[in-house]
Design a protein around this ligand. Structure first.
Ligand code: PLP
Length: 441
């Protein structure tokens, strides 16, 4: 019916509160209820809400120009943002292709990897291997790389099966082993997959340094990425770090992969890059890759209408500047230590908590029916959904990370507040979480 429009919400039969405004780590609905943003929305609002220098930067740029098209102009804002990113990224990851979402970023790095080999006449190198229990985005190329069972299921006939190895999921080791005696079987499996598929068919391997949405801050053991990088180099396969969730300071270092001291060949960013103030994301390539493409067809075969728009670039630049000026990466590290200690204390108290994990302000909690056997809850009990709902009633937002592996990693949530959260606010978060868990167990 014309003139009768509705926003399509995630659940079509559910009522959602209408937001009024946000300040710091709190969001307020139009009824005046406050919500402590314990997950930065979708692990995005890294500097909290209503930050004045970002609003000022937004206004300043809007007065100059909001949109230009990438084949006609560059902008001071986009150039300055690329330079700022290059000063944060490890190694020679200096070349930035701006896009608008994490899914676009991972699809773009996938295409750059394939093109890199094509330019050198290696046209069969066009698969991008990945892990089960991973999430790289919802568009078809990104979903092909994603080992997220629930999100793939409906579209399987349209997808490439790029996930080819098990995740580094120590809590439920897919090999029934324990670190370090396992000898990193999960990383070594990449070599077996390469033998099976053939290095001549593989352009790259992609991984989230810490698994976010499909498992709840699943953190690989020491040396995992060093081994992965070694294997990639041995077989001439590019290593892509999907830093959409872990990037821009979230884990207490500039990028998640920095915890392992490894330099990827390509990187995807999104979410915290603009801290949610405008849509902005990036595919970042090392100089070596861009040099090859520049010497060949001279253009990356991808792009979007809104790529590199000056408005989002100015916003993201001011977000990064704000993080630097206020030493918010150190803050994420420090508050992360406090949050993790609090979650461990909750684990002592609530038997349904099987594991707590993560780094910095990217923390995960996995719930189990039986802590000793690690038996998961049956999925139809909807434990995480009930917890999220309960917490929201009490004024706390947390994020679902369930559904990555059917019936195995049943129930996990992410707790990932903005970096600006204070010590008292972390305590408040833990208090509401404690109460909410108590009411669903
Ligand atoms: N990659 C990772 C690691 C993510 O966590 C996400 C989103 O959760 C994406 C990619 C996709 O990003 P977007 O939702 O902005 O398309």
């Amino acid at each position: 019916m014309r003139g009768h429009s509705h926003v399509i919400k995630p659940l079509l039969d559910k009522e959602y509160p209408t937001v009024s405004h946000g300040r710091g780590v709190y969001l307020y609905d139009i009824e005046g209820k406050a919500y402590l943003d314990g997950c930065s929305g979708a692990v995005t609002a890294n500097i909290g809400h209503g930050v004045q220098p970002v609003i000022d930067a937004m206004n300043e740029q809007a007065k100059k120009v909001c949109f230009t098209y990438r084949s006609q102009f560059t902008s001071e804002a986009a150039e300055a943002l690329a330079a700022k990113l290059a000063s944060w990224t490890p190694g020679d990851l200096d070349y930035v292709f701006f896009v608008n979402s994490g899914s676009e970023a991972t699809e773009t790095v996938m295409k750059i990897a394939i093109q890199y080999w094509q330019e050198q006449g290696r046209t069969t190198k066009n698969k991008v291997l990945s892990r089960w229990m991973s999430y790289h985005g919802i568009t078809m190329g990104a979903l092909s790389m994603s080992g997220h069972i629930l999100r793939r299921k409906r579209f399987i006939p349209l997808l490439e099966e790029f996930p080819s190895i098990e995740p580094p999921y120590c809590y439920r080791c897919p090999f029934n082993s324990t670190y370090p005696s396992c000898g990193l079987l999960c990383a070594n499996q990449l070599e077996q997959a390469i033998h099976r598929i053939g290095a001549d068919h593989i352009a790259a391997f992609i991984a989230e340094p810490i698994i976010g949405a499909s498992g709840g801050a699943v953190t690989p053991p020491p040396y995992y990425y060093q081994r992965i990088k070694e294997i990639c180099e041995r077989y001439n396969i590019l290593f892509i770090a999907d830093e959409v969730m872990t990037g821009n300071g979230r884990t207490g270092k500039p990028f998640g992969i920095d915890h392992w001291g490894v330099v990827p060949d390509l990187m995807a960013l999104g979410k915290g890059m603009s801290a949610g103030y405008t849509p902005m994301a990036a595919a970042i390539a090392s100089r070596r890759i861009i040099d090859i493409i520049a010497a060949g067809s001279k253009s990356i075969m991808s792009g979007h209408t809104f790529s590199a728009n000056p408005q989002s670039a100015a916003v993201s630049l001011s977000v990064m500047q704000y993080i630097e000026d206020n030493q918010l990466i150190t803050r994420a590290e420090e508050r992360g230590i406090q949050l993790m200690a609090g979650l461990q204390a909750l684990m002592q108290k609530h038997d349904i908590i099987g594991d707590v994990r993560g780094k910095g302000l990217l923390c995960g909690i996995e719930f189990v029916k039986n802590r000793t056997t690690k038996e998961p809850f049956s999925l139809n009990l909807h434990v995480t959904e009930r917890l999220i709902e309960k917490a929201m009633q009490k004024g706390l937002l947390i994020y679902s990370a369930s559904g990555g592996i059917d019936g195995q990693a049943g129930d996990a949530v992410l707790v990932a507040p903005p970096f600006v959260i204070s010590e008292e606010e972390v305590n408040e978060l833990l208090f509401i979480l404690d109460q909410s868990i108590g009411e669903i167990e």
